[in-house]
Design a binder for this molecule. Sequence first.
Ligand code: NDP
Length: 292
Amino acid sequence: MTAKVIDGKAFAAEVRTKVASHVTRLKEENGITPGLAVVLVGEDPASQVYVRSKGKQTVEVGMNSYEHKLDVDTSEADLLALIDRLNKDATVHGILVQLPLPKHLDSDLVINSIDPAKDVDGFHISNVGLLGTGQKSMVPCTPLGCLMMLRDHHGSLAGMDAVVLGRSNIVGKPMAQLLLGDSCTVTIAHSRTKDIADVCRRADIVVAAVGRPEMVPGDWIKPGATVIDVGINRIERDGKTVLVGDVDYASAAAVAGAITPVPGGVGPMTIACLLANTLTACCRANGLAEPE
Ligand code: NDP
C-alpha cells in the first residue's frame, strides 16, 4: 500500500483564501480590518523565521500585522506592559507571544496576561479550560490544523482509535482534547509509556508530536491508518541540513492509508489556523457572526 499524501500546503492555501474573502467583506461591510500583533523576545533563529512568515501571511490575507521585536534581556515588567497595551488596543484582535521565551521570563505568567479573547494561540488557561470542557474557546493552531486535515480526509472521526504521541501543552494535550471532542477513543503516549510501538499499532489515527527525528517507523503503524506528523526537526544528512518529521516517512507511507509530509503538512496549516483564529477573534470582538 502507498499512502495518500495529505497536502497541508494546498489545504492551507484554501483556508487562507477563505479567510481573505471574509476579511474583504469585513472591510467593505463593517469598515473593520482584523489586526494580529506578534511579540518576539530575543533572536532565536527558528522563531525569527516563524514570525517573519506569520507577518507576511497576515498581510497577504488583508489583515494588519503588528510586529514587536524586543531585546533578549527585556524585563518581565516591560513585556507585561506591552501586552497590557495590546490588550487595550481596539485595532489589535489577536496577540501572539512567540515561544520559547528567554529563561528569565515566566512563560505561564506572560501567556496568562493576554486577554483570553485575543489569545489566538489558545494557550491562556481560560481557553485551555474552555476547550477541556467543550465550550467555545480559542483553539491552539497546530492541533486545530491537524483536526481540520483529519476531518477533511475522514469526514466523521467518531469511534476511531487515536494515539497522540507527546503530551505538551501546545500540541499533545489540546490535540487529545480535540480528538475526544470528535468522539475518538484517545490514548496519549509519552516518554514513560510502556510498549509504545504496540500502543501505536492499535491506532486508526496517529498524531506524532515528540520532537524526535523519524522516531516512528512504519512497523508501528497499523496498515491503512492515518498518520499526522507534527514534528519539525532539522538534521544533517549527506552534508546538508534537512527538515524531517517525527515519523520515518518512507517506511510509514508504505503501510499507512494517508500521511502528512514534512515539510508541507502540518506546518502550513498552523499559520493558516492562526489567521483563521484572528478573524474569529475579530468577529467575536465586534459582535459579528463567526466564519465557519
Ligand atoms: P515538547 O518537547 O514540548 O514535547 C514533546 C513530547 O514528546 C513530550 O510529551 C515528551 O514526553 C514526548 N516524547 C519525547 N521523547 C519521546 C519518546 N522517545 N517516546 C515517547 N514520547 C516522547 O514538544 P512540542 O509538543 O512542542 O513539539 C513536538 C514536535 O512538534 C517538535 O518537533 C516541534 O518542532 C513540532 N511542532 C511543530 C509545529 C508545527 O507547526 N508543525 C508547531 C509546534 C511544534 P514527556 O512529556 O514524557 O517528556
